[in-house]
Design a protein around this ligand. Sequence first.
Ligand code: PMP
Length: 424
Amino acid sequence: MSTKENRSTGNVEETNTAAAAGTRLDPWFNTYADRALGMKQSEVRSLFSVANRPEVVSLAGGMPNIAGLPLDFLADMTARLIRDRGTKILQYGGGQGEEELREMITEVMRPDGIRAHPDDITVTTGSQQALDIISEIFINPGEVVLAEAPSYVGALGTFRAYQASVVHVPMDEFGLIPERLEETILQLQRAGRPIKFLYTIPNFHNPAGVCLSLERRPQIVDICRRHHVLIVEDNPYGLLGFDGDPLPALQSLNPDGVVYLGSFSKTFAPGYRVGWALAPSAVTQRVLLANENALLCPTTFGQLSIAEYLKTYDWYQQVKEYRQVYHERGAAMQRALKTHLPMCEWNQPDGGFYTWVKLPDGLDAQSMLPRAVTQLVAYVSGTAFYADGNGHDHMRLSFCYPTPEAIEEGVRRLSVVVQNELEV
Ligand code: PMP
C-alpha cells in the first residue's frame, strides 16, 4: 500500500504516535508531502525533556563536555572580532563558506591523512546539514542507502525524510565487515536496486563505539570502488581517540570516491553549528548549490569566530584536554559496567562518547526504558539506531557528559532495573 493510500485510511505506515494523532487533529494532514509523513521524532530527542531533569542521570544524550572551554579567551576574542571586523562577520558571505575557515579546515583534517584543497570544502550548519544536502542531491524516493547496523540516529532520520530505503550491513568489533558489504552490494545489484552511497562512521562509531580497523580500511574502499558505490564518511569523533594518532580517513585512500563530513561540534563547541563536506570537485558544485538553496550562506559569525580560534588558540591542545576528560569517563563507564552489570555484554571503546551494551537474552531495551526513568536513569534504546526495527536487545550508554561519579550511580540504578526485569 502506498503512503498516500495509507494516508486516506488514516493508517500511515511507520509514523509515530504524535504524527498519527495528526490524522484526527491536524486540518492540514492531507496537505503534507509524503516525505513529511515519514518523519518521526528521534528517540534521542524525545528523551531530552526527561533526561534533562536534574534528578535523572542521563546516559542518553551525546552532548559534548565543553566545561573546559577557555571562555574568557573566547569572550575577548569575540569582542575583538566584532570591534575590528564587525561589518564583515555580521554580513552575508559566500555559499561555500569563508575561504579563511576552509583553509584552516584543511589543517584540521591533516591528522586524518587528508590533503585537501579549500575549493573542495563546503561549510555547512553542522555535519547534520551536510547529511541533509548529501541526501537531497543523491537520493530519489525508494533508492538504497547502505549503513552500518547499527547507525547514527540523526543520519537515519535524514535518510528517512528523503524516503531512502536503508539497508544495514553488519559490523563487528573491527567495524564494518568487508565480506558482508560486498555480499550485500551483489545481492542488491542482482535485484536491480541501485545503491546511492554507503554511509559509514569509521571512528568511535555512534552508537557502537568501535573503529574500523586499519586493515579493513583499504578493503572497504576497494569494494566500493569496484562496484562504483560512493562512500559518505562521517567523522565527527576522529580526533577524540583516548590515545595514539587517528587512523587514515577513507577519503585519504580514494579522494575521488568519498564525501567526507567533518564537524567542530565535538572538537570545539556545537553551539557554533559549523561543520563541512569535503567532496570530489564535481560533487562540490552540487553541494554548493544545495547549500545556497537551503541557507544562502552558512553562519559568517560562527565561521570567522572558529577561524580566529583556530589561528590564535592552541586548538589541538584543547582537543587533547577533551580526550583526557573522555578517557577518564570512558574508564569510569567500564568500571561501573563491570561492577554493576556483569549480566550484560559491552565493548571497550578507545575513544569517542559511546558504549554499546547488549542486554541479557529476552530483555527489551525499548520497553524497559520507562522503568529506567522511574529509577532516575536514562539511556537510548538500540532500536533508535536501526531503520528496520532491530536493536531491542541493545542500549547506548553515553559517557561524554555525566561526571565519573554520575556514571557510576547511573549504571548502578540501571542494574536495579535490569535485575528487576530478570526476576519478572
Ligand atoms: N554524525 C554523527 C555520527 C554524530 O554523532 C553527530 C552528532 N551527534 C552528527 C553527525 C551531527 O553533528 P553536528 O551537526 O553537530 O556537526
